[in-house]
Write a protein of this length. Structure first.
Length: 122
């Protein structure tokens, strides 16, 4: 989204080159269907990392102070995913940690393929 930045760096230009997943967060995304129902998709951390590292990803500020939401494609999952990541320090510093991930809904998939970062999921 235009105007979103950390210390003068647009969120889409933040250096995101690795995402680490704690055991707890990995379990969280791997068990989404068990927690939310069979219509949900369990996400592997590898898939979420691939989406976050996608060179065509769309990035916007997250709701947390040091977080971003990344919309990207995972070749292994063959899906567009919405991934929440945060840094251990104020962006652009620190290392990126995985927070959560879901399979993107119809509107977000369309936004990804059309290259728009400002569409919000229903």
């Amino acid at each position: 989204m235009a105007g979103e930045e950390f210390d003068g760096i647009p969120v889409g230009e933040l250096p995101i080159d690795e995402v680490a997943w704690s055991d707890e967060r990995a379990k969280h995304i791997r068990t989404r269907a068990e927690r939310k129902g069979p219509a949900e998709v369990n996400i592997e951390p590898l898939w979420a990392s691939e989406a976050a590292l996608d060179p065509n990803r769309l990035v916007r500020r997250g709701t947390g102070r040091e977080s971003v939401e990344v919309l990207g494609y995972s070749p292994s999952a063959r899906r567009v995913l919405l991934v929440w990541i945060y840094t251990t320090e104020h962006p652009p510093g620190g290392s990126w940690q995985g927070g959560s991930a879901i399979a993107a809904g119809r509107r977000l998939r369309a936004a990804y393929w059309e290259g728009r970062a400002d569409d919000r999921e229903d």
